[in-house]
Design a binder for this molecule. Structure first.
Ligand SMILES: Cc1cc2nc3c(=O)[nH]c(=O)nc-3n(C[C@H](O)[C@H](O)[C@H](O)COP(=O)(O)OP(=O)(O)OC[C@H]3O[C@@H](n4cnc5c(N)ncnc54)[C@H](O)[C@@H]3O)c2cc1C
Length: 304
């Protein structure tokens, strides 16, 4: 029969790896199951992550966390979790893509989100080159006085374009043939901020020659050239496992958690981008620390 782990962490990105380091130091018997698709892998170089004055790539941060974990003799198991069932004794049974099963007394969900990519060939390379961007909080500072496009609709598109206005006056908001889709106030605010709104359909989005920017060709033949395109097309939270466990999701599809990162289901914690809130490396790390500490305290209380 399989081992009953103290904890199973699902997701070995930034939040899951941090939780694992803490659980290792709490001398807990845990397993870290990972699909190896961390959003951090898309980060060309983060310059807002604290304590790295020269910036740090997402890959380097992941590999530093894995190295730190290896120092305690642990490492992520590359295997996706397909389903989680609760057993009569309250333990969780995780069914893995490989066919293997894992049992654990507690669960930390650190499954992240996926960004909806704009229609550009090889989006991963375009993001790595800084031509397509997803996070103005992370990298708008590097785009001061540059020409930018924001692709999206509704309040999200308006909000992102206005956020970028702190950095540059040269912004065009693109809706790709759809109406802007928010109250007139949104349109008026764009206008007041000097942001051009283009609701025409887009024929193609491509990297400019020499990776110098992005060329957006509209269906009427007009061309818009910018230094980078911010996608405001949203994200898909990986919250299916939480929903299967009966955890009510927030309106945005993410998992609500309390200040200890506890979810609505007893014995289940959630951390990082999949939790409603600010999607940042430091936030995922902090939430991993908080959850792991609460898991350990909860197990100690149950034990003694
Ligand atoms: C282009 C880009 C630039 C960014 N720049 C910055 C920046 O400069 N500064 C900053 O602070 N933040 C930045 N971020 C955000 C940062 O990457 C995320 O906030 C951070 O990675 C979130 O960590 P996480 O652990 O929640 O999720 P992730 O790191 O995405 O990890 C989630 C992991 O869960 C795994 N998983 C999902 N479902 C399952 C399953 N069923 N079974 C097993 N494993 C599963 C996935 O495979 C993945 O490995 C950026 C993001 C992007 C996309």
């Amino acid at each position: 029969m399989d081992t009953l782990h103290d904890c199973a962490i699902v997701g070995g990105g930034i939040g899951g790896l941090t939780a694992a380091v803490y659980l290792a130091r709490f001398r807990r018997r845990f397993v870290l199951l990972d699909g190896d698709t961390s959003r951090a892998r898309w980060i060309p170089r983060s310059r807002n992550h604290p304590a790295f004055p020269g910036g740090v790539t997402g890959d380097e941060l992941l590999s530093r966390l894995r190295d730190q974990l290896a120092g305690y003799g642990a490492r992520p198991v590359l295997d996706r979790v397909e389903r989680i069932a609760r057993e009569a004794d309250g333990a969780f049974r995780l069914l893995r893509a490989s066919g293997a099963e894992t049992r654990a007394r507690t669960l930390v969900l650190a499954t992240g989100v996926s960004d909806v990519e704009p229609p550009i060939a090889d989006a991963f390379e375009a993001v790595k080159a800084g031509l397509v961007r997803h996070c103005p909080i992370c990298d708008a500072y590097e785009m001061i006085d540059r020409r930018l496009a924001v692709l999206g609709r509704g309040d999200h598109c308006v909000g992102e374009a206005l956020f970028l206005r702190t950095y540059t006056p040269g912004i065009v908001a693109l809706t790709n043939g759809a109406p802007l889709g928010c109250a007139d106030a949104g349109r008026a605010r764009l206008e007041a901020a000097g942001i051009r709104l283009v609701e025409a359909a887009i024929e193609s989005i491509a990297r400019a020659a020499g990776e110098t920017g992005v060329v957006v060709r509209l269906a009427d033949g007009a061309e818009i050239r910018v230094d980078a395109l911010y996608s405001a097309m949203g994200m898909r939270p990986h919250s299916g496992l939480a929903a299967d466990l009966g955890i009510p999701l927030a309106e945005d599809g993410r998992i609500p958690a309390d200040p200890h990162q506890r979810t609505a289901a007893d014995g289940v914690w959630a951390v990082g981008d999949v939790v409603t809130g600010l999607n940042q490396l430091g936030v995922a790390m902090a939430q991993g620390e908080i959850a792991a500490t609460d898991v350990h305290n909860r197990l100690r209380r149950d034990e003694w």
